[in-house]
Design a protein around this ligand. Sequence first.
Ligand code: HAM
Length: 423
Amino acid sequence: MKFQGPRGTQDILPEAAAGWQALEDRARQVSARHGYREIRTPIFEATELFLRGVGETTDIVTKEMYTFADKKGRSLTLRPEGTAGVMRSLVEHGLAQAGRIHRLWYLGPMFRYDRPQAGRYRQFHQWGAECVGTENPNADVEIILLLVDYLASFGLEKTKVLLNSVGHPGCRPAYAEKLRAYLAPHKESLCGDCQMRFEKNPLRVLDCKVPHDKEVAQGIPSILDSLCDDCRTHFDAVQKGLDALGVVYELDPRLVRGLDYYTRTAFEVHDLARGAQSALGGGGRYDGLVEAIGGPAVPGVGFSAGLERILNALEEQGRRPVFQADGVFVARMGGEAIEKAALALVRSLRQSLPVTFDFESTKSLGAQLKQADKLGARWAVILGEDELSASEATVKDLKAGAQERVALAGLADHLMKNRENAR
Ligand code: HAM
């Protein structure tokens, strides 16, 4: 019997892992530099959390959740996104308090049962950040910048920032009415889902992927004309903040995002080289979310970025983020004494350096060095009778070809210096 990974999932093989590590390390670095601290929450949560948090009329909740009953019959769901779980955790631990600001980030797998295609998977990975506890538009600017600067740090420049305001529960009903009035004459021609959305949540029609419905949505009135004074002031301040920092963005009044918790700011960053599945990341403000899941009135703003999509974009632009292969390979030639000394040397060098060796002790030096090359090692440390009797080793730079004798006592320091210089 032959097994395959479940549809829509991917194995990250060792050759690809270095790219992933580079993306993840950079996410940690950039988060820390912005004062964000890591939070880790479970991969599954009570289903009800997503119904209340993400919204019952969203595609995510109606079609895409991996929901199951555990052995006690509790309904659980593999997290389709990270924000609801992070807010649940803050509330549960008494950390969600008005006026207390949390800058948080997370990284990990998310699950959505969607039709798999390039850039869309059933298990995918997000790096996300949430700034919780303030309504200040500067927080929106900080969050947008965090994502933009992260992408720019890889040299990903062919991107576009789309920005919108989706208003708040005070001014949105008036817009929903305007939308209904516009959609009413088309109602019968809309897909079944959109006829239901028309009644329950007409903004979701803007999210529909059916070509005819998309066409109808082209002519909808702009939500920006329906914002109340407070939402307008907030939106102006966000734009001013971005302008002041030279962030280029485009207003997109049709950007509503696929989750219901958004209030005011909504944004996405797109890869211009792609048509479909081009959103590298997106987010916005969610001032009512914490209350909706049973917590106090605490506002927040955040985003998450799809790591698979960023990797794809980098690869297409020929900028694969790989770590330089700069490991050490220990080769040995001789009898039992050399073998013993070589294995001890491997162990001690591994305290400070990435080190490998060939398990087979009888191979020729040439064969061992071939192996070193295959593994992508940069330096070979060669130990033979001659070297051992002088308490030295031969260090060969496998790229430059040069070699030298180095005292065993200072070998680790010497190799570390070499690595530093090669970076
Ligand atoms: P989202 O727009 O649903 O937002 O997802 C964010 C990003 O995750 C997308 O822009 C995309 O790059 C990636 N993504 C989503 N679905 C898939 C998929 N099936 N396959 C591959 N990548 C995917 C959220 O999840 C919100 N929690 C963002 C947020 C945080 N808003 C406020 N705070």
